[in-house]
Design a protein around this ligand. Sequence first.
Ligand code: ATP
Ligand code: SF4
Ligand code: MG
Length: 323
Amino acid sequence: MPILQVKNLNVTYQTKNKQITAVNKVNFSINEQDSIGIVGESGSGKSTLAMAILRLLPNRIATVEGEVYLNGKDFLKLSDEELTKKRWKEIAVVFQKAMNALSPVHKIGSQMVDIFQIHDKQLSKKEIKNRMIDLLEMVNLPPRVYNLYPFELSGGMLQRVSIAISLMHNPKLLILDEATTALDVVTQGQILENIMELEKNFNTTRMMITHDMSVVASSCKKVVVMYGGHILESGLVKDVLKNPKHPYTKGLLESLPSFTGEKNNIRGIPGSLPDLSSPMKGCVFANRCEHVMDICREKLPSEVALPGEHKISCHLIGGELDD
Ligand code: ATP
Ligand code: SF4
Ligand code: MG
């Protein structure tokens, strides 16, 4: 059974004068111990997808429709009480500036203890402290961090603290939303290695939202490509990144030097995301696609399964795009 199953998920933001459909009938699932990368340019709905799964979008801001099964239970239907129990234990999240959530006037250790005790009141103070120091060590921070204030730590160290906090109750599913993006490349690499090691030891499943395709290539088993609220392509990293089928994925990869190998030949995809507040009949990528056909503007392409776990939504599939 998949650890996470998302079915027909739709998220619409209500602003003063328009409705923005940021996630549009999204379907995907994650198996236990999979690591899945969610990629796509800015505004494609990646964070909205994560927030909807986590139930962090208040009703007054967004309408969420569809089903989200966590370990077979419909997460969107849980009562607030059940939800509180499952957060941190079954599902946890780290955002890009997670460290901003820490209070500047309390020491790291006492904040960790407070968060820990929300869910577990069984252990003695001493036991909790030892546990927190172990956690800090797991993310490669020295025990002295326990007694420091947030301002005494670097951005990388604070992000490690946030990751330690997210792992406090051994969540089954860990969602990282650009959690290492703001850090320098070396720190990012170290934290990523750390997370991958922790995953092995704790059987955690990771859903990783990132702009950085090389992060996906080096740390994920599967990848989901999002654009304009739709999933356009998904599959094993080794299939999708080596042999992308969707014009958008191809464009995305061609705009990265490490994937084309030809630094002189980098080109972005001309154009920008469509207006998500007006209803669209056809393919969400149609106004930027160099292969666009009449049918693309008329009919939403349905998802087609290719060999392996590779899936793509494009009217060209099986046609001239095949290499
Ligand atoms: P990025 O890579 O920049 O983080 P993203 O893929 O995470 O982008 P989202 O933040 O999910 O994209 O945004 C998806 C769409 O929803 C965008 O058009 C965005 O402007 C819109 N959006 C996000 N938050 C809100 C909000 N609170 N109210 C209205 N629209 C919003
Ligand atoms: Fe391009 Fe048409 Fe495929 Fe959309 S469906 S990506 S417009 S070819
Ligand atoms: Mg985002």
